[in-house]
Write a protein that binds this ligand. Sequence first.
Ligand code: XMP
Length: 561
Amino acid sequence: MVNESQKSPQDKSHRIATTDDIEVSTYLEIAKEIGGEQPAITEEAVSGAEREAIIVLDFGSQYNMLIARRVRECQVYCELLPYDTPWEKIAPLNPKGFILSGGPASVYAPNAPLAPAYVYESHLPVLGICYGMQVITKQLGGKVTRGTKREYGYASLLLSEVDSPLFTDLPESTPVWMSHGDKIEEMPPDFTALAQTENSPFAVIGNGTGIYGLQFHPEVAHTPEGATILRNFVYHVCGCKKNWTMGNFVNESIAHIKEQVGDGKVINALSGGVDSSVVATLIHRAIGDQLTCIFVNNGLLRREEADRTLKVFKNNLGMNIIYVDATDRFLNRLKGVVDPEEKRMIIGEEFIRIFEEEANKIGKVDFLAQGTLYPDVIESVSSVSTASAKIKSHHNVGGLPAKMVLNLLEPLRYLFKDEVRLVGKELGLPEEMVWRQPFPGPGLAIRCIGEVTQEKLEILRSADFILMNEIKKAKMYNQLWQSFCVLTDVRSVGVMGDYRTYGYLVAVRAVTSNDAMTADWARLPYDLLARISNRIVNEVDGVNRVVYDITSKPPSTIEWE
Ligand code: XMP
């Protein structure tokens, strides 16, 4: 890397000073943290004696994952499990209460899913949400009928039993989000109505022994006090302690990995992204050199990305890394290919081939580490048909386990993305790295429209580096889900000085999103867009026009491809 004093004045005006880039300082920060605080492994954490869980039994509502997230945000461990999960699987989790989720069924339909007997026989607190409330009503002797019209949208909740532990810190009236067809006509014996809305006299019911039902959805953002109600349930009704912290998770996880792996060998495909970095760091903390990371440079990474990733994990963190520069192999196979799906297939296939070749050189390996997250696990285990449930293999290394006979080591499989980032912080990775924006597995190949060539990749890298640099200088990086450049295959006429140019069109894409399922184009300030555009056309040879993508997802996607 050229440092400031080595550059000629001309270089200075055209070259992007990498030391300005926050990502560089990120890596320097990591360097300082190498020896950093390693969390002490307390006996308490290792024994797991303290771990308590709230179990959400899944009846199929689209909001179910949110319930688990809201509970975890209370620092209480929570798992979302199919409604018919046997008690033997639940007991080891040390359950302190159940939440019966919403769902699309009708309790009076034949074969309607109901709660297993242990939910009531355990005498643990139960909170039924929407369909879950109807399940409680039916099973405990009340009556549910089909509503004459579906109630959907906001309603105003009026509390009648303000002293209920469920209502601590709640105003007497608050908006709630309704989405139900059936309704409670008669409460089960010993239940009373604790709150109502205009259309639902039984909007909240309870029986005084810790069994509650909510007609509305407390887990969605449309119910502003919903998180307070869930918090009240887990703390004041179930008596849970706040012990689901990422510090405890790291301790438990390190102990667990040591036990699981023993003196075996683990391989991991390192990409430099958040998940694979956290997986690698966590496993490395647990078993050190028994872990080997394979880092394949497919030639489709952003500027300096391969060097920086290597520096961090090999030099700074001292990991065992096999680095393969496979740029030529990938680019040769991509020659003449314009179809985006074909590009993806080629890249995936080549990756697996190289990964296998390298893994075979290591000798006997026992485990393959993967950055599978909890949403992948939940999505792949359908609550309605557990029999046909399949575990999805990881996005970026799909296909590996089928070909290689290895045990999977998935230390993040019970974590949500935001928890993975917190674990990263807990492990001493600085915020800038932990909050990195997602980068697709097939890399720049899908952001280079049409044929992928070395020349086009260089143009894209230069433009993208400028964009990232300006976004970070404007302190907008963390507010955006993603921000990047696309090199289109459109060329147009321009004028530069006295010359006519015929150059590429670069598109800038910046979006806000919570989960990439939907996204909105970011309202970047005009001045920032102007700086980005000016710098790209002035500093990147071959580009004479920049446009900003103002479409949301749907109907567009985030990437162009
Ligand atoms: P789209 O373009 O479908 O993208 O709106 C949604 C999110 O997924 C990312 N993406 C990928 N991530 N491997 C990944 O790890 C991939 O092959 C891949 N393709 C798209 C994309 O960047 C966006 O965040």
